[in-house]
Every structure is written in structure tokens, then in C-alpha cells.
Design a protein around this ligand. Structure first.
Ligand SMILES: Cc1cc2nc3c(=O)[nH]c(=O)nc-3n(C[C@H](O)[C@H](O)[C@H](O)COP(=O)(O)OP(=O)(O)OC[C@H]3O[C@@H](n4cnc5c(N)ncnc54)[C@H](O)[C@@H]3O)c2cc1C
Length: 392
């Protein structure tokens, strides 16, 4: 697999941005910081805009550069290669993300919600998970939306909802019909609406912002805030989530690549038992295990991206890549911490933050187990099994 000249050039630009702008800046920040002050962020945004890479993953019809999925995946792998990079790649300098469901909104809804969010003027939350569970939202969603004239009245609770404590609006999935996936619809709910309440923050392994529990008590939402068709909310959430899992996995791979590059420098320098760590065969084998993990995960993520670009189904490949990338990168970071000894445990280095935050990745955006269900459903439902290339 070869990169095009354009892909190489874009990757080199983003890498230089991370090395020259983000890493030195991070040395001045608290190790758990996830945000920059407005002035610093605005200056960085000016630079990414000048590169033509602000909102780099947004389709051209919505004002982005319209890069293909392989290219955006490669860039996501570059952008995460710093301490806060897993959850806040470059502290958001390349634009906000995570509301692809709004691409399917009406032109009027896109003007009101999508474009202000893409410009960074409005913050958005994604409200799917409920106290009854997140793996099986088709059955677990209990929040109801009942139509009254030109309005819908929402009641219920969502849990672990990132950004909801300070968002301007949220994408909220509520039950408008009977049981199962066909009974769920998606609404934009403005957080200024009477009856919307942030109940409490839930502290997790993640540095920086915490997700919250939120409650809807007779929240009235205008009918024009229904996104997509009534009963189409589950499909809307699912389609975008499958696609989002590609950059989500790519960011994990980025951390693994950066870990390996830091550890390669360290093992050539640190002397134990009369020779450098790198001269001990046991250490060399650990480096090889890192490399096996990095290569396999990278290729699987790029394969899923490539299928998306070719218009082929990529659900199974994305699920495979998500499991591979989240698990492999955690192993690489863990081995790298071991090779750094006590420094690997310290907040002077990025590993401990990566170690904690990578753990969430086996739960977020579809758990490992639900990805296994996706893979096995596809395998068992396919009458003509073929491994990597379809020749039928
Ligand atoms: C830091 C953080 C941020 C989050 N942000 C958001 C957000 O912004 N918006 C949002 O909507 N949600 C968010 N979530 C919630 C997340 O999406 C859910 O936690 C996730 O979908 C899993 O749901 P659950 O925790 O309810 O686990 P459950 O559904 O209760 O599942 C529990 C365990 O059982 C496993 N399991 C389920 N089914 C099977 C099976 N058939 N076989 C074997 N094992 C199975 C699951 O994989 C999981 O490991 C966030 C979570 C965290 C930790």
C-alpha cells in the first residue's frame, strides 16, 4: 500500500504542526489539560484554515475540503500523536467533529444547527445512552417523545453524555413509536429549553471534561427539530457511528505509533546491566511485538477506510479495525511504559494519560463485544465467505 504524493504532503504538514505547535505548547500545560484558552486556540485555527485543513473530515458539500476517507484516516493518525491527542486531537484546532447525523438534516436544519457547529460557534452533545444501557439502544431507550400539535414533548434520562453540561444543543434519540429500532427518532434539543437539566457530572478515567447525566422533564421541541424521518433515528445514529469508528480507531493507532517512536529513542539511550536496553534480546522482542500490533492495526483501519472510499460495505471491516486498534494500541502503550520504568508511570511523559484514556476506547462508540456481534452477524449472514477481497 503506497501513499499518494498529496497524502504524504498533507501528513507531513500535520506532523510538523503537531511537533512544532502542539507538543511545545503542551509542555506548558497541566498534564490533564484538554482545552486551550480562546486566544491560543484561535491562532492555531487560523493556521489550520490557512493549510485548508480546518474541518478536514467534513464533506465538500458542507464546506470541508472533501478529502477521501483514507486521507482523513491518515491525518487522524497524525493528529493524535501528542499527550491530549486521543480525545482532543490538536485541542480542536482542526475543527469540531461528531455530529455527522446532521449531514442528513434538511437544508434549513443544517443552517440552524450544522453550520454554526462546524464554525465552532455552537457546542453539541450526542445523547444516545440511557441508564438502561448503551450497547443495545434499540431496546434500552426509554426516553419518550410524544407529539402534541406542532411540538414533541420529551421525558426521560440520558447518561454518560459528553459536553452536555455546556452544549448549546444536543442530538437526542427518543422513542416515538413501539419497541425496537423502528420506534426511535432523532431530535435536536436546545439546552436552553425549559425542563432540560444536567443532573450531575460523572467522573471517569478521562482527563478534562466529564460526561453527565441529563434529564428531560416535559421538554417541548418544535416538530421542525425532528432530524430525518419519524422512526428513522436508530438508522441515522448507526450509519454515522460506523463511519466515525474509522477516525476513532485511527487516533488509537496514532498513539501507538508515537509510543513506539518515543520508546525507540529511549531504549538506545538507557543502560542496564552494562549495555543499552536495546541490546537486550528480551527488549528487542517487545519492540517487535509493538511493531506487529502497530502494523496490523494500521492496515486494518486503512482497509476499512479504503472500502468506504470504494463504496463497498465497510461495517464488518470497521468493527474488526476498531477491536484491533483499541486493543493493539493499549498493548503498545503498556509495553512502552514498562520499558520506560518509573518514568513511564509519571505525568512527565504522556503514557499514563494514554493508558487511562485508551481503556475507554474499548467501551466508547460501540463496545468490543457489540463489534464482535456485528462481525459474527456479517460472517454468518454471508452465503459466500471471502476474507479480504470480493471476487464474486
Ligand atoms: C467517557 C465516556 C463518554 C461517553 N460519551 C457518550 C456520549 O457522549 N453519548 C452517548 O450517548 N454515550 C456516551 N457514552 C456511553 C457509551 O456509549 C456506553 O457506555 C457504551 O455504549 C456501552 O453501554 P453501557 O455502558 O450501558 O454498557 P451495557 O450496555 O450495560 O453493557 C455492559 C457490558 O456488556 C457487554 N455486552 C453487551 N451485550 C453483550 C453480548 N451480547 N455479549 C457479550 N457482552 C455483551 C458490553 O459490551 C459491555 O462490556 C460514554 C461513555 C464513556 C465511558
Amino acid at each position: 500500500m503506497e501513499l499518494t504524493n498529496r497524502q504524504r504532503e498533507l501528513c507531513a504538514r500535520v506532523r510538523a504542526f503537531v511537533v512544532e505547535r502542539i507538543t511545545p505548547l503542551e509542555e506548558t500545560l497541566d498534564p490533564d489539560e484538554s482545552e486551550l484558552d480562546e486566544v491560543t486556540l484561535a491562532a492555531l485555527v487560523d493556521e489550520t484554515k490557512a493549510m485548508g485543513l480546518y474541518n478536514y473530515d467534513v464533506p465538500a458539500e458542507h464546506g470541508g475540503p472533501g478529502l477521501d476517507t483514507v486521507t482523513t484516516t491518515l491525518l487522524a493518525m497524525e493528529m493524535s500523536q501528542h499527550r491530549a491527542g486521543l480525545y482532543v486531537p490538536c485541542y480542536g484546532a482542526f475543527g469540531p467533529s461528531g455530529f455527522a447525523q446532521l449531514y442528513d438534516a434538511t437544508p434549513e436544519q443544517r443552517e440552524r444547527f450544522l453550520y454554526p457547529a462546524l464554525r465552532g460557534e455552537k457546542r453539541v452533545f450526542f445523547g444516545l445512552t440511557e441508564p438502561a444501557g448503551g450497547s443495545d439502544p434499540a431496546n434500552a431507550i426509554m426516553t419518550t417523545a410524544v407529539r402534541e400539535g406542532d411540538e414533541w414533548v420529551l421525558n426521560g434520562t440520558k447518561i454518560f453524555i459528553g459536553e452536555s453540561h455546556r452544549a448549546d444543543f444536543g442530538l437526542v434519540f427518543a422513542r416515538t413509536g413501539g419497541p425496537g429500532r423502528g420506534g426511535i427518532s432523532c431530535f435536536v434539543v436546545e439546552t436552553s429549553s425549559p425542563g432540560f437539566e444536567v443532573v450531575r457530572a460523572i467522573h471517569t478515567l478521562r482527563s478534562g471534561t466529564t460526561p453527565s447525566e441529563i434529564r428531560f422533564s416535559d421538554v417541548r421541541v418544535p416538530h421542525e427539530n425532528l432530524i430525518g424521518r419519524e422512526g428513522g433515528g436508530f438508522a441515522l445514529a448507526n450509519t454515522a457511528l460506523v463511519r466515525i469508528r474509522i477516525p476513532y480507531s485511527a487516533a488509537c493507532v496514532g498513539l501507538a505509533i508515537k509510543s513506539q517512536s518515543l520508546v525507540l529513542e529511549h531504549v538506545k539511550d538507557r543502560v542496564v546491566f552494562g549495555k543499552t536496553l536495546s541490546e537486550h534480546e528480551g527488549v528487542q522482542w517487545m519492540l517487535c511485538d509493538n511493531e506487529l500490533d502497530i502494523h496490523s492495526a494500521t492496515l486494518m483501519v486503512l482497509h476499512a477506510a479504503s472500502r468506504a472510499d470504494q463504496g463497498l460495505s465497510f461495517r464488518k471491516e470497521t468493527a474488526l479495525a476498531k477491536i484491533a486498534a483499541t486493543e493493539a494500541s493499549a498493548r503498545v502503550v503498556d509495553r512502552s511504559m514498562q520499558l520506560f520504568g518509573a518514568w513511564g508511570m509519571s505525568k512527565d511523559l504522556p503514557f499514563e494519560r494514554w493508558f487511562r484514556e485508551l481503556r475507554i476506547r474499548r467501551i466508547g462508540e460501540g463496545t468490543t463485544e457489540t463489534q464482535r456481534m456485528v462481525i459474527s452477524r456479517d460472517l454468518l449472514g454471508d452465503p459466500h465467505y471471502e476474507a479480504l477481497w470480493e471476487v464474486k
